[in-house]
Design a protein around this ligand. Structure first.
Ligand code: AMP
Length: 283
């Protein structure tokens, strides 16, 4: 029997029926959680999942609980038909596209909070964000019963948070980080890049250039705080006025100091006009 791929399902029950069939046949299952508006970064996660698992679920859900009231929930780019066409081309098995009521039925009252990791960087600037992420991702992990989940290193803090959450809640899933996909000029692909004006798009590559320069300075022995301060100056000189943070931190704990020999990363969030962009690189 030939199946049309991806099978589009909107209910948890329908997804579980498919997954039960796959598991009965001994197949491994990968899940790729997304908010849609799929670009080359998302598709790289899907390709990794297809390479690593027998069956692949891509979830498309613009999760309202990870947006604050003043953020871009209503204007967030959406395009299900185009997303499904991209997934068909790659051969993903199932697209889980629930409505908000399916994920948050009347009376929904539970949230998942990961302490520590969520209190710095993006968590400091967006205090509700990671609670929404941890809650929806724990639901997606439990609903899909996947063996592996693929997340982009572009959202490195999110990778750490969902890994911690799965470990703490004994959800038997392996979180697989996937390298950041970039435009030719270095800008990390993001669904929010479509918001950038032409002028802002032209200066945006300085974000990646700057964090690479900061990483190089730290590798060469400069104090992280001094290297970061220098980076902020470079961003301002290039026309980026609002730097939310530019931090060098332990790549596992996000602490500002780390023991000799442990990996560190440079993390950044900036605002270009109304658009908030993040990125990170290894030191
Ligand atoms: P989003 O739809 O923005 O919630 O992202 C869904 C997944 O795609 C997350 O795991 C992101 O980290 C990942 N992702 C977003 N942008 C990129 C990128 N440029 N390269 C790799 N993964 C990405």
């Amino acid at each position: 029997m030939t199946e049309s791929k991806p099978l589009v399902v909107r209910s948890v029950a329908a997804m579980r029926r498919e997954v039960a069939r796959w598991k009965a046949a001994g197949e491994t299952v990968g899940v790729v959680p997304t908010m849609g508006a799929l670009h080359a970064g998302h598709l790289s996660l899907v390709r990794s999942a297809i390479a690593g698992c027998d069956r692949v679920i891509v979830t498309i859900f613009v999760n309202p609980t990870q947006f604050a009231a003043n953020e871009d929930l209503d204007s967030y780019p959406r395009g299900e038909a185009a997303d499904l066409a991209k997934l068909a081309e790659l051969g993903a098995d199932l697209a889980f596209c629930p409505n908000p009521d399916e994920m948050y039925p009347d009376g929904f009252a539970t949230s998942v909070k990961v302490e520590g990791l969520t209190e710095v960087m993006c968590g400091a600037g967006r205090p509700h964000h990671f609670g929404g992420v941890a809650t929806v991702v724990s639901k997606l992990f439990i609903q899909s019963q996947a063996d592996r989940a693929y997340f982009g290193e572009k959202d490195f803090q999110q990778c750490l948070v969902v890994t911690r959450m799965a470990r703490d809640l004994d959800i038997p899933i392996e979180v697989v980080p996937v390298e950041t996909v970039r435009a030719a000029d270095g800008l990390a692909m993001s669904s929010r890049n479509v918001y950038l004006s032409d002028a802002h798009r032209t200066i945006a590559p300085v974000i990646y250039k700057t964090i690479r320069d900061v990483a190089a300075s730290v590798r060469e022995g400069q104090a992280p705080a001094a290297a970061a301060a220098h980076g902020v100056e470079a961003l301002k000189a290039a026309g980026i006025e609002r730097v939310e943070y530019l931090d060098v931190r332990d790549a596992e704990t996000l602490a500002e100091e780390w023991p000799e020999g442990r990996a560190a990363r440079v993390f950044i969030a900036v605002h270009l006009g109304e658009t908030r962009l993040i990125d990170n690189v290894a030191v």
